[in-house]
Write a protein that binds this ligand. Sequence first.
Ligand code: ZN
Length: 66
Amino acid sequence: MKDNELRAAVCPLCGKIYSGYPALSRTDNETLICPDCGTRQALESIGITEKEQEQIIETIRRHTQK
Ligand SMILES: [Zn+2]
């Protein structure tokens, strides 16, 4: 088993299964969350509304999909 292999994990925040690099939760600095929730928390911390957060995440998804 390789350590650098991408593994699927369940995000404790949204319950979604994700693979790839997890983000560190800003609330406790130790919980690993999915990249989407990581982006959401980062945007929230700079005062972006929930609606705008979803639009930004949607844009990121469009640009990161292969
Ligand atoms: Zn999540």
